[in-house]
Design a protein around this ligand. Sequence first.
Ligand code: UDP
Length: 192
Amino acid sequence: MRTDILGVGFDDLTLDEAARAGAALVERGGFHYAVTPNPEFLLEARTNAAFRQTLLDADLVLADGIGVIYSAKILGRPLKGKVTGIDFAQRLLRWMAAQGKRLFLLGAKPGVAELAAAHLKDAYPGLIVCGTRDGYFTQDAPVVEDIRACAADVCFVCLGAPKQELWMAKNGPETGCSLMVGLGGALDVFAG
Ligand code: UDP
């Protein structure tokens, strides 16, 4: 059962629980995707039906930030706490590094994903970054093929909302990935 906050259902999970749920999705086989809605997502979802549907269809819906937590409290349906995309990603990366899982980084301006990859490999020894690609492409098919050819287990999709959610829902199943996570500006953060 999800907790409804302004028309979007959230998973009521602590960071630990969310990280375990993410790892379980990677292990489960088949394609899954995770979203990290903040209050701007909820506003956009009110008028953008396709976007709203991608949030409803996601396998993991995490409350990114205190705005969603406050809304939940005011509505009388409190959540355990915020699980930001960055915190979730960091927990997942720790697990991936220990398990030898393969990560693809998609998004941000040219050069940013490569820099983020270098920093992440330093921060998480053993992490395999199997591919990177910037987020300013015009055709989906070569990107899908690239992710597939790298045999990525997990892909961080950082194209901003709602683009990244629509992209994951449409293209994810063809990539062979087990889990995609929509992470907005995370690559800019990881690139430091
Ligand atoms: N971006 C991209 N392709 C696009 C539009 C945006 O790769 O067509 C990237 C942009 O370079 C930035 C990220 O998506 O790295 C969006 O960051 P922002 O913080 O605006 O997203 P939010 O977290 O607010 O959704």
